[in-house]
Ligand binder design. Structure first.
Ligand SMILES: [Zn+2]
Length: 304
C-alpha cells in the first residue's frame, strides 16, 4: 500500500520508475524497427519513422519525427546516405546529443556490411543518389547477421543492465536466421540468372544473393524518373532477353512499368521491399518468404 502511494507520488511528479525505463529507439525504416524489436524485446520501445509505402530517400522532416528523435536513446538507420535528405535535419532540430553522429546512440546498419556499387569517382554524373555506394542493404538476408551482432552489442552498451537478455535474443535470432537462410537458398536455386528489369537500383543486394540478372532499370539514372526516350530505348534493348519480370517497390509509380508490360507481356511484380510492403510480409522472415515466392512464380511462367 505504501509502495503504491509512493509510486503514485513519483508518477505525479513526472518520475518514471526504472522498471518502465525501456531504451527508446528511433528506427528510420521498417526493417530496422523489426530487427531492434527482435533483439531488444522486452526492454526497448521502438518508434518507426517510415513505412514500406514511403520512399526512404525522400521523407519530410516533420515535427512529429523530430519530437520522437528528441526522446530517443538510440537511432537505428540504414546510413550510406539513404537518409541524407532528411535525417541530418531531424538530428539538428532534435537537440539530443545522444543521437549525433559518432555517439553510441547513432547506429547505421550500412557500416557493418560490404556496400555494393561504390562509385570510383566522386562526381554525381551517375545520378543524384548513392554516392557512397548502394544503400539498399536490407534485401540480402545474409547482411542481417553482422548487423544484428553489432546492434545487439550496442543495445548492451547503452543498457548494460539487460545485456544478458540482449545476448540471448541475438543467439536465438542467429540460430533461427541461419536455419532460414539454408531453406531460402534451397528455394532460390531455380532463380539463378533469371533476367529482370527493375525500376530503381533497389534490388542489387537481392540480385547478388540470388544471382538474378538485372538487365536494365526504368530510371535512366538513380533518382531520375523514367523518360519516354529512355523507355523506348529500353523496349528495343530487351526484345530478345527473355525478361521474366519488371520489379517495383510498393512506393514507386508503376506507370512506366505498366507501359512496358503492356508492350511486352512481361508481368509487373511489386515485391514487398521491406517489412509491411505487402500484407503477408509482416516480419523479417516473411519479407524473404514472400519475395522468394513471388519471384518463383514469375520464373515458372513463360511470357513469350
Ligand atoms: Zn536508392
Amino acid at each position: 500500500m505504501i509502495f503504491k502511494k509512493i509510486t503514485l507520488f513519483l508518477c505525479a511528479l513526472g518520475f518514471s520508475l526504472p522498471v518502465f525505463a525501456n531504451l527508446k529507439v528511433f528506427a528510420c525504416e521498417p526493417e530496422w524497427a523489426a530487427l531492434v524489436n527482435t533483439l531488444g524485446a522486452p526492454h526497448v520501445s521502438v518508434t518507426q519513422a517510415t513505412t514500406a509505402l514511403q520512399d526512404p530517400h525522400q521523407i519530410e522532416a516533420r515535427p512529429s519525427l523530430t519530437a520522437q528523435a528528441r526522446r530517443a536513446d538510440l537511432i537505428v538507420c540504414t546510413g550510406a546516405e539513404l537518409e541524407s535528405g532528411w535525417l541530418p535535419m531531424i538530428q539538428a532540430k532534435a537537440n539530443n546529443p545522444k543521437i549525433l553522429s559518432g555517439q553510441p546512440g547513432y547506429f547505421m546498419a550500412a557500416d557493418y556490411v560490404k556496400l555494393l556499387d561504390v562509385p570510383t569517382s566522386l562526381d554525381r554524373i551517375h545520378g543524384d543518389v548513392h554516392a557512397s555506394g548502394n544503400p539498399h542493404i536490407q534485401l540480402d538476408p545474409r547482411n542481417y547477421l553482422p548487423i544484428a551482432k553489432a546492434l545487439s552489442a550496442r543495445l548492451s552498451q547503452l543498457d548494460p543492465k539487460h545485456a544478458n537478455a540482449y545476448e540471448a535474443n541475438y543467439q536465438h535470432f542467429k540460430q533461427d536466421w541461419e536455419k532460414a537462410l539454408i531453406s531460402w537458398q534451397q528455394q532460390a536455386k531455380q532463380l539463378q540468372a533469371m533476367p529482370i528489369v527493375v525500376y530503381h537500383h533497389s534490388w542489387i543486394y537481392l540480385n547478388d544473393w540470388l544471382g538474378l540478372k538485372q538487365v536494365s532499370t526504368l530510371e535512366p539514372k538513380p533518382g531520375i524518373p523514367p523518360s519516354a526516350s529512355h523507355l523506348s530505348n529500353l523496349y528495343a534493348q530487351i526484345q530478345d532477353q527473355k525478361i521474366k519480370a519488371i520489379i517495383c517497390s510498393p512506393y514507386e509509380s508503376q506507370n512506366a512499368a505498366k507501359w512496358l508490360s503492356q508492350k511486352t507481356n512481361i508481368p509487373v511484380i511489386v515485391l514487398p521491399f521491406t517489412v509491411g510492403g505487402s500484407k503477408d510480409a509482416s516480419d523479417l522472415k516473411a519479407l524473404f518468404d514472400v519475395t522468394l515466392a513471388q519471384l518463383s512464380m514469375a520464373t515458372a511462367h513463360d511470357h513469350g
